[in-house]
Design a protein around this ligand. Structure first.
Ligand SMILES: [Zn+2]
Length: 81
């Protein structure tokens, strides 16, 4: 669940909010939706590390799948006479 830091451009109030889907957050102090999203480094690092881990896992699965296919093909070639 992504938590973002926002700064209200109307009253400069800074707050954290949990954003679900396309929900538009509003300033809890003045109710304005004129907000600027602040980039919070720890959250970006976490999601990027997670993305890289997922990509690495997918790559590994693909390589293992190709190796299995190759082994199977070699087996069939050697036992097809
Ligand atoms: Zn505000």
């Amino acid at each position: 669940m992504p938590i973002f830091d926002f700064v209200c451009t109307s009253c400069q109030h800074t707050f954290e909010v949990l954003v679900r889907g396309s929900q538009v957050p509003a300033c809890p102090a003045c109710g304005s939706e004129a907000l600027e999203k602040q980039l919070t480094l720890p959250a970006i690092k976490t999601s990027s590390t997670h993305g890289q881990a997922m990509a690495a896992a997918k790559r590994r699965d693909k390589i293992q799948g190709a190796e299995r296919e190759y082994t199977q093909r070699q087996y069939e070639l050697n036992h097809d006479d």
